[in-house]
Design a binder for this molecule. Sequence first.
Ligand SMILES: Nc1nc2c(c(=O)[nH]1)N[C@H]1C(S)=C(S)[C@@H](COP(=O)(O)O)O[C@H]1N2
Ligand SMILES: [Mo]
Length: 371
Amino acid sequence: MIKASRRSFLQSLVALAACDTGDASTPAPSTVCGGQGARIPFLDEPEQVKDTLVGEGLDGRLYTNLAMMTCPSVVPNDRFYVRTRVPDRIDYASPWRIRGDVDIGIDDLRGRARSMGVTLLECSGNARGGSFGLMSVATWSGVPLLEVIDVPNEQRVLVAGFDDHSKPSERSVPGASWIFTRSDLEQTGAFLATRMNDAELPKDHGFPVRLVVPGWYGCTCIKWVDTIRLLPNDEPSTPHMREFASRTHQEGEPLLARDFRAAEIDLAAMPLDLLRLANDELLFRGIYWGGANVTDVRLELLLLQGGRDVVRAPVTICCQRTSTRTWGFWSATARADRSALPYDVALRSLVANVRTRRLDSRFYARSFNLG
Ligand SMILES: Nc1nc2c(c(=O)[nH]1)N[C@H]1C(S)=C(S)[C@@H](COP(=O)(O)O)O[C@H]1N2
Ligand SMILES: [Mo]
C-alpha cells in the first residue's frame, strides 16, 4: 500500500518534470530530473541564437537548445544541430548516384532502407561558445555500409561527400571524407541514412544520403555522400581527417589513414541548467552520453574555484539511457557558499578503467556566480 502510493507520488513528480521514461519495463527513476526554483545562468557563454539556422555553407550552423531537452527524447529535424548547410553548388536536377567502387542509385538505396534506431551525433568542435549545442539525437533509417560494399580486411574504405560551396569558408576546409576499416564499420554498425525521425533526410543534414557512424564524432558522418572507394592500407589520410585530427583526439596530424585512432566519443556529461531551490540548495540537471558500456556510468559533480574542487556532490541518474547510442539525464543537488569568485561545474566518472578524455580535461565545464 505504502509502496504503491509512494510510487505514484514519484511518478507524478516525474511526469511534472517531463522526465518519464515512458517505458513500463524500465525501473522507476529514483529521483526527479527537474525542480522549481530560480534559474542561475551560466557565465561566459555568448547569447547564441539557438534552434535557428545562422550563416551559410560551410559556416552555416544551428545550435540546438539542449536546456529544452527532456528524457527520453529525440530532437525534431528543424532543431537538430547543423554543421555545414547544403552546398549551393549541389546538383539535385539529375538522380543521385553514389559512384567509385560502387554504382548505386538513390531509389535502390531507399528501397533497401529500414530502421537503424536512435543515434546521437556530436560535432567534435562542440564548444562552450555555442553552449555545447552542436549535439542532437534522432532516429534514422538506412542501409548498413557493409551491405553496400564488401571491404576486404587488407583494404580500407573511403566515404566522400559533395562539398562544393561558392562562398569560401572563414573557418573550415571544403571537402568531406573519412577512411574506415572493415572492423570500424562492423563495430559501429555505420550506415547510409536516407531518413531521419521518420521523414526524408533534410537538405542541411545531407539529403539524399549521409553516413552515420554510431558512437563516433560527427565529422566522420559524411553528408551528401557521392563516392565510396576501396583503398590500400597505406593510403594517406584525407585533408578533412587532418582538419579534425586534434578534435578527435589524434596524436598530431597523422599522414596515413591507418595512424588515425577510432574517432570515438568517450563517456561525457555536462550540466544543462542550474536552479536555486527554496531551501537555498543548488539543483543541477544535465545529460550524459558516449562511452562503450551502458552500465559503466557512475558520476560525481564537482564545483571548482580556481581549478580546485571545493564541493563534491553525488549524481543521480534520473532517466537512464537505453543504449550507448543515446543520452540519459542526471541531476544533483549541492550547497555552496556565496562567493565573490565564480564557480566552475564539471563532472567526473567514478568507474575505473572507463576512458573519459573530455571529462578529464573539463572540456564541458560551465561557470556560474553565487554573488
Ligand atoms: N559533405 C560534408 N559532410 C559533413 C560535413 C561537411 O562539412 N561536409 N561536416 C561534418 C561535421 S564536422 C559534422 S559535426 C556533421 C554534422 O551533421 P549535421 O549538420 O547533420 O548535424 O556532418 C559532417 N558531414
Ligand atoms: Mo563537426
